[in-house]
Design a protein around this ligand. Structure first.
Ligand code: ZN
Length: 320
């Protein structure tokens, strides 16, 4: 099936993008090493900058050879292949994944691509945050209203709370059962539905002065170490694309403002506070929610995700 991706591509389809990207890095690094031997500081600066720019251009070209076209949105490249007909996106109900979904839908509309987007939601800790599922459904419905010809089905996967990392830690090496279930479900549903790509909208931790302790450490990205294939990985039968890995939530909030999608932004929810705690949500547990569905659930204002969202809104001078 992967051959379909390159049906219009005149280049060798056995071309290994990982190797090529590594070669580009090696070439650029040795060039920079050489430049640094010079005594002329001005020369070192300008030549290094030039080499870094070449690195980006060459990597883009390499991805284009593989059939990916990087669409530039506000300084961020969203890789997409014009020949794709069906992709999926992991949509949690949070601001990042809803943002990536509307940006991809806009790319499809604007370029007249013939591609549908299905939604995959991983249902997690329903017993602590019973409203998370309904929020993700609402976000899906809103996206479907906005893009009725593009947004397709919604598939939901269930992760037992008993298997969450928070409950039992890692189970195989450095991998937790919830990570394995998420990856495995994505692979399974890709197999079932023949997706050309699955997108994930994980962003980088914000550059706040004091990083919060409860942040997810795997979102601490060292920008110098990110390679293009971290953002777009060619799996056996499909592409796994994480285009927002290098950007922070303030960029996401800006897209909602720039694209007139604040109504959608308000439907999303980032807070991971739950009804078993002692904060604003105390007492709003599973049994309460069962009889109060549709009630407004306040944000705790204290969890990492609340702090990050407030930071991103402040960066954009956005207040409700
Ligand atoms: Zn919160």
């Amino acid at each position: 099936m992967s051959i379909n991706y390159y049906k219009d591509c005149k280049y060798n389809i056995d071309f290994d993008v990982d190797t090529v990207l590594k070669e580009i890095d090696n070439d650029c690094n040795s060039r920079i090493k050489q430049i640094r031997r010079s005594d002329d500081l001005q020369h070192i600066r300008s030549e290094s900058k030039k080499t870094q720019r070449q690195r980006i251009i060459k990597k883009e070209e390499a991805l284009n050879l593989k059939g990916l076209q990087a669409h530039l949105i506000d300084g961020v490249y969203l890789p997409f292949n014009p020949n794709w007909t069906k992709v999926a996106i992991n949509l949690s109900g949070g601001a990042d994944s809803a943002c990536l979904t509307f940006l991809l839908s806009d790319i499809i509309l604007k370029n007249n691509y013939n591609c549908k987007i299905d939604i995959i939601t991983h249902t997690r800790v329903y017993n602590a945050r019973p409203w998370a599922g309904p929020v993700s459904k609402k976000v899906y419905q809103k996206l479907k209203q906005l893009y009725p010809t593009i947004i397709g089905e919604r598939y939901s996967n269930f992760i037992p709370p008993e298997l969450e990392h928070g409950a039992i830690g890692n189970i195989v090496g450095k991998r937790s059962a919830d990570q394995i279930t998420v990856d495995s479900f994505n692979t399974y549903i890709q197999y079932e539905n023949d997706y050309d790509a699955i997108y994930n909208a994980t962003t980088k931790n914000p550059s706040m002065d004091v990083p919060t302790k409860d942040r997810m450490r795997n979102r601490d990205i060292n920008l110098k170490k990110v390679r293009m294939d971290d953002l777009a990985k060619n799996k056996a039968d499909f592409w796994r694309i994480m285009p927002l890995k290098m950007i922070e939530k303030d960029w996401v909030v800006k897209q909602y403002m720039d694209h007139d999608k604040l109504d959608l932004f308000k439907t999303t929810r980032s807070c991971e506070g739950d009804g078993n705690g002692v904060d604003k949500l105390a007492g709003l547990d599973l049994y309460w929610y069962k009889h109060n569905q549709g009630s407004h659930i306040p944000e705790c204002g204290q969890c990492f995700w609340c702090v990050e969202r407030q930071w991103a809104m402040k960066e954009n001078k956005l207040e409700f």
